[in-house]
Ligand binder design. Structure first.
Ligand code: 7PJ
Length: 283
């Protein structure tokens, strides 16, 4: 596949996946674990989004439902109220696409109408009506693996073989998308670090990330500030940058094309270094 074919159309805005890119996280939930409450008012959220673009983010991920371990579901109307006004003001002001982090078909449709160009679904379009909504809005979709639901997913997650099971799940969701008429070139895959996984599971998935890459679609990795970094380093959430950068660089070397991160400027630099190593030929 040539580089030109690696440019994904996100509702009229390009996302160049011929090399690894950074997706900047913008949570607009009152309880998001790492920057909860910081960006709740729209002027502040808007400024943060513009700053992330200036720092080199290739896409901005806006989420109105917290999926942190133990979090509680919110209604679609509340999620729409949190994300749609922000998408409406932000979309015309930036050249990079906006991703909406949601599992709800009504939110997907409202966000797309407001100018979002990418759907990021931690439930991989398993909610009733989500496949149809993703098909109708005709935007790229990230399908993420999660074992269980956010409220309970970290209560003794178990796999016989985690990499096989995650790959098998993603393969099955790709099939479901194709059967629903969603184009293969619109799909992105994500093993879902931290979503129903122990530290050992997360490390296995990163160690063997090329097996997810081998499924033949772009891979997104979200490790930034997560508890796996906290557990390895005994660091609180605000003090996990160095560990997150190490994980981001490894994910890129393993073939990930989108790194979802809170600390955009630093992550862009880590991704550049890892990408340069990947791009080097010769022996
Ligand atoms: C992820 C996500 C992830 C994708 C969150 C957090 C928790 N979406 N949304 N992948 N994580 N695709 O920000 O740490 O890993 S919410």
């Amino acid at each position: 596949m040539g580089a030109a074919m690696s440019v994904v159309d996100c509702g009229g805005k390009p996302l160049d996946l011929s090399r690894a890119q950074v997706m900047g996280v913008l949570n607009v939930t009152p309880d998001s674990f790492s920057d909860g409450g910081c960006f709740l008012s729209h002027p502040v959220a808007l400024e943060r989004a513009l700053q992330m673009v200036a720092e080199g983010a290739a896409i901005i991920d806006i989420g109105g439902e917290s999926t942190r371990p133990g979090s509680i579901a919110v209604a679609a109307a509340e999620e729409i109220r949190r994300v749609v006004p922000l998408i409406e003001v932000l979309a015309p002001r930036i050249s990079v696409p906006i991703s909406v982090d949601t599992s709800k078909p009504a939110v997907m449709r409202a966000a797309a109408a407001a100018g979002a160009g990418f759907i990021n679904d931690v439930r991989a379009l398993r909610e009733p009506g989500a496949l149809e909504a993703a098909h109708d809005v005709a935007l790229p979709v990230c399908l993420m693996h999660m074992l269980g639901e956010p409220g309970t997913m970290q209560q003794a997650p178990h796999y016989a073989e985690v990499v096989d099971e995650v790959a098998g799940f993603l393969r099955a969701r790709v099939r479901a998308c194709l059967e629903a008429g969603i184009l293969r070139e619109r799909l992105v895959l994500d093993p879902g670090f931290g979503f129903g996984k122990t530290l050992a599971h997360n490390l296995s998935l990163l160690r063997h990330l090329e097996r997810i890459v081998d499924l033949g679609l772009p891979v997104l990795a979200g490790i930034s500030r997560k508890s796996m970094i906290g557990a390895l380093l005994d660091r609180e959430v605000g003090d996990r940058l160095a560990g997150s950068l190490a994980a981001a660089a490894i994910a890129v070397v393993k073939g990930a094309k989108i790194i979802r991160a809170h600390d955009v400027a630093a992550t862009v630099e880590a991704v550049k270094v890892a990408s340069a190593v990947l791009a080097t030929g010769g022996g």
